[in-house]
Design a protein around this ligand. Sequence first.
Ligand code: FEO
Length: 394
Amino acid sequence: MNNRMLAEGVFFIGAIDWDRRLFDSLIPLPDGTSYNSYLIKGNEKTALIDTVDPTMTGVLMGHLNRLEIKKIDYVIANHAEQDHSGSLPHVLEKYPEAKLVCTPRCKEFLMELLLIPEGKFITVNDKDTISLGNRTLEFIHAPWVHWPETMLTYLREDKILFPCDLFGSHLTTNELFVTDEGQVYEAAKRYFAEIMMPFSSHIQRHLERLKSYTINTIAPSHGPVHNKPEFILKAYHSWVFDDPKNIVVIPYISMHGSTQKMVRHLVEALTERGVAVKQFDLTATDLGKLAMSLVDAATIVVGVPTILAGPHPNVAHAVFLANALRPKLKFASIIGSYGWGGRTVEQLDAMMANLKVEVLTPVLCKGYPKEADFIALDNLAESIAQKHKENKFA
Ligand code: FEO
């Protein structure tokens, strides 16, 4: 069997972007990414599932030429974001008879984003099917993973799910299937944290729905294909359903050492009380790692110096991000040092509106921390440990 086939007649024809290091001009890609496109041949019709980033159109067209594909009947657009839809205009130009299949909402996006004419589309409702002859595609509407227009495509006879971004990972490999589950778990968790976490409640619902499908293979549109799908389904289940863990995340910045001294003291005090800590110096940290740590953490403590009467801007950036990602945090606090005053706590507090957290008493000190400040930090550590224990966060 062709080493790029998921099953007889089901081909991986995506593009591996080994060198890309930033997504959305925001998200670090330490391991690059891939844009996975798949071709399904039925005995009557042929379908293409998603395309690739516009920068890689040539790779996709090269695969189609290599496979000598003369006709495509359906192009399935599970998701309108350009890393999967960007090559659609080229594909539709080369295969003018192809119909573009997507949700009604996705059609609106594709017409706006890529100026695709209305006559090209077939819109499908939830659970609609399209026959390729001996193969059937079923469409499962799954809004908000992570745009409102998304759907998943299920190839019934082969029991392959094509979920586009869901269950994906920004990971480059020339192996078609997952071989190193540890590596993929890390990349998939990073992907979940950055892209999917704000939509956890929607994903809970979608996971419940997927229980009624027998799924032998999950072929996402980023990263390797899951031929043992229980691995990634179980991981997603734990990320969206499990209680947070006995972990405190501490993103911080220190300008002259005072806030760092406080962070170190708090970390030691939490360690003595059996609370796990993930500490991030925001001058150097990879924001993806910070996002990943928020998937499981019960508490965030922000370490922040005051500058220009408010929080250091890099800390504000991290708090803005944490707030946007809507992790399942339960508690939050702020520690740090100031010179002559300011509204650091009030400003950061206002930036955490999405976080459904109980705010524990902040510890702000003037200048270098003193004995009373260290006692206050010990009290904060004790309070966190007690709260985690009461809530049975293990
Ligand atoms: Fe991989 Fe939402 O695009």
